[in-house]
Write a new protein. Structure first.
Lengths: 326, 406
């Protein structure tokens, strides 16, 4: 196969090595993990409320800022006042708590009143966009427009970005951390949804909100929990993004949010594993496009493939076709 | 049916009104009906005060403010002859956020202000591409302290043909000069030889694409194997490109960007992947608060303004009012000065117009300037004299040290 590609004359020698392929694979998995965690929030909210929560990207952005401020409060990356592992744990805890609370507040004041007034489905969508722009502008006002740098390459003298060999992989500790943490959060969420009473209520509400309500499920509480969990995961993704990609600015949520939304649709909106898989697909698509085709065409290639996929399977990877009532 | 007819009439009437207002705002007519003042002339300072280039934009704005306060107070200014009759200035400020759509919106607002005589800006080349033709149609002269895209002043290029000579001017050299300086620096100082690998990366916008194209061409001509890459500035993960540069054994990576934090991230990611070559960023990344990885090189049209003797009192004034300057905005001081001198000359008879200011800015000749160099304009609006591109290297403490004077 190697010779076939060489004969084709398209690939450079370095592109035909396993190490380069695996490097790109890890880069894609890391990026995809961040997209996936954000996409879960979109998917959970849509699954329950059939609402496209476009403010979710900004919740991710606020989570990233919270992580930055915690890091700064404890002395910064280069010389933290506490052991760096503890500082990172506090960053995640604060960001998840803060972002989760923000999600609940958004639901309470921007969406629930519309739901109670039985507004048309377009109204909450506009409300979501409004919240998104408000949060973005408030971040500009309060945090400034210039990017804030986590400076995570300075943590413990750069040891988090040291590369370690695992079989054929050469991977940085930070990449391992992001991927493993994503898996843990995913497993935790899956167990929560599958095994707990609230999780069962969430599934029932997602299946039929009105019927769930008539069966005695406190639907409002389920919705609050959904926003809390989805937003907390976005907060975690915000800290991950800051740690591995260094920067947070008021506009980061919009772009990343749109990509995560696309990931949720690809995975089958409403499906939690689908959202994660969609995120990983986009992350891998981008990394492999840069590595083997062209960085200039990375989004063209990735999204052309995804459009093609959706044409074949409009409901996404794990989505269920909506029954049409006649 | 009646409703449809009424709606059609309403639509036609609305369309006619819009068309009339657009036509009415065009060129000489708008300039002719303006009623600007020579007692206190109105100009606009524009820049990316928010967004990823906010630090650089605010530095530009603050240098513009320093000029206006010095000018209005009658302080001696380099390049302003003694006894030169000054028309006092008043400035409105507009944020363009390095966003072409926003620059176009700002241009429409500024053009429609009949008291406004000239604009300092736009900062970004892409903003001039979008907003420049709108200012030109209003007859508004505009002078940039940072837009380096070469085609903005080339009448044979689409940009130059829509901006037209006489409207847009700049006090900084073009990217033809930056591209040549950067390529020569890579070849002569960074030891790149024929057959070596180099990666060049643009950020998919109007500033960086032609600049990187030129650098790539010059390196290719020298027999260098150049891997030309492109990644949107909004995408802040360079891991895949870093993997590629390391795998290619690139001797130098050149990044043209207007987002300094992207340069910081990319070089950090390269180093964490084991990259041992040199990293060179272009003038858009010139921001010591955001890009501070030791060892990286950066080219800039701005000298370190602290080192220019005639600038010392102005630097002191700046730092007293606004804190430390990153030097990026210093040419904006000179750009506003060109506007001020043009307005004052046109006001010699007590009256002025945009057309007169446009003409007289073109005739401005400074024997020296804040940058320590003479400034004048050629017929296309490019600076004659002025500074070249200086090469800096970032020190261990994050300071920018000159390694090759421009």
């Amino acid at each position: 196969m190697h010779q076939v590609f060489q004969l084709l004359g398209y690939f450079q020698d370095y592109q035909l090595t396993w190490s380069f392929f695996l490097d790109q694979l890890v880069a894609g998995l890391t990026l995809g993990s961040v997209y996936g965690l954000i996409a879960i929030g979109y998917s959970m909210v849509y699954g329950i409320l059939k609402l496209l929560n476009f403010a979710h990207g900004e919740v991710f952005m606020i989570g990233s800022y919270i992580g930055y401020f915690v890091l700064t409060a404890f002395g910064g990356a280069a010389d933290p006042d506490l052991p760096y592992a503890l500082v990172i744990a506090l960053m995640f805890a604060a960001a998840m708590l803060g972002a989760g609370t923000l999600g609940v507040v958004i639901e309470r004041f921007a969406y629930r009143p519309l739901r109670e007034k039985r507004a048309s489905r377009i109204a909450p969508l506009i409300s979501a966009l409004g919240v998104s722009f408000c949060l973005q502008q408030l971040a500009v006002i309060f945090f400034g427009s210039a990017p804030k740098q986590y400076d995570s390459f300075a943590i413990d003298g750069g040891s988090l970005f040291t590369r370690v060999s695992i079989g054929p992989f050469e991977i940085q500790y930070m990449q391992i951390f992001v991927i493993v943490l994503t898996v843990i959060l995913m497993l935790g969420l899956t167990i929560f949804v599958a095994r707990t009473q609230v999780g069962r209520a969430m599934r029932a509400t997602s299946f039929d909100l009105e019927a769930a309500s008539m069966m005695g499920i406190n639907v409002d509480r389920v919705i609050v929990v959904t926003f809390l969990i989805g937003s907390a995961l976005a907060g975690a993704a915000g800290v991950m993004n800051g740690l591995i990609f260094q920067n947070v600015d008021p506009y980061v949520g919009f772009q990343v949010g749109l990509i995560a939304f696309a990931a949720a649709v690809i995975g089958g909106i409403g499906s939690i594993p689908g959202a994660m898989l969609g995120g990983l697909a986009i992350g891998l698509g981008r990394a492999l496009s840069v590595g083997f085709v062209s960085s200039a065409y990375q989004d063209v290639i990735v999204f052309a493939i995804l459009i093609g996929f959706l044409l074949l399977r409009p409901s996404g990877i794990f989505g269920v076709p909506a029954p049409s009532k006649v | 049916m009646r409703k449809v007819i009424v709606l059609m009439f309403a639509a036609v009437a609305a369309f006619s009104a819009i068309a009339a207002s657009v036509a009415g705002a065009d060129s000489t007519r708008a300039a002719g009906t303006a009623a600007p003042s020579c007692k206190q002339a109105l100009i606009a300072l524009t820049g990316p005060y928010t967004g990823p280039a906010g630090t650089a934009g605010l530095d530009q704005r603050n240098w513009g403010r320093i000029f206006i306060s010095s000018w209005n107070a009658g302080k001696p200014i380099p390049g302003v002859p003694k006894g030169f009759k000054r028309t006092k200035l008043k400035a409105i400020e507009a944020d363009t956020a390095l966003n072409p759509q926003l620059a176009a919106t700002v241009a429409v607002q500024l053009r429609s202000n009949k008291n406004l005589l000239a604009v300092n800006g736009f900062s970004g080349s892409q903003e001039n591409v979008a907003g420049g033709p709108i200012l030109r149609r209003g007859g508004v002269p505009f002078v940039s302290g940072s837009a380096t895209r070469a085609s903005l002043t080339d009448p044979t290029e689409p940009d130059g043909s829509v901006l037209k000579s006489g409207f847009f001017r700049r006090v900084v050299p073009t990217d033809k000069r930056q591209g040549a300086t950067d390529a020569a620096f890579a070849l002569n100082k960074l030891g790149v030889k024929s057959g070596d690998a180099v990666m060049t990366v643009d950020q998919a916008e109007a500033y960086s694409v032609p600049l990187i194209t030129l650098i790539t061409q010059l390196l290719n001509r020298a027999g260098v194997n150049v891997s030309r890459e492109s990644q949107s500035a909004a995408q802040t993960d360079f891991t895949s490109l870093a993997n590629k540069a390391v795998a290619q054994k690139a001797k130098v990576v050149v990044l043209a960007t207007q987002v300094a934090s992207n340069a910081q991230l990319f070089y950090n990611q390269l180093k964490s992947k084991g990259f041992t070559g040199a990293f060179l960023a272009t003038d858009g990344a010139f921001d010591s608060s955001q890009f501070k990885v030791a060892g990286a090189y950066i080219s800039s049209f701005s000298l370190d303004i602290h080192d220019v003797p005639v600038a010392k009192p102005f630097v002191a004034d700046f730092e007293k009012k606004y804190g430390e300057t990153i030097s990026f905005g210093a040419p904006s001081f000179v750009a506003v000065q060109a506007i001020a001198m043009g307005i004052s000359t046109s006001c010699a008879n007590g009256k002025t117009s945009r057309a007169e200011v446009r003409r007289d800015i073109g005739k401005v000749k400074m024997k020296t300037s804040l940058l320590g160099k003479p400034i004048a304009f050629d017929k296309f609006g490019d600076v004659v004299g002025g500074v070249g591109f200086t090469m800096f290297q970032i020190g261990n403490d994050g300071t920018y040290n000159v390694v090759q004077k421009g």
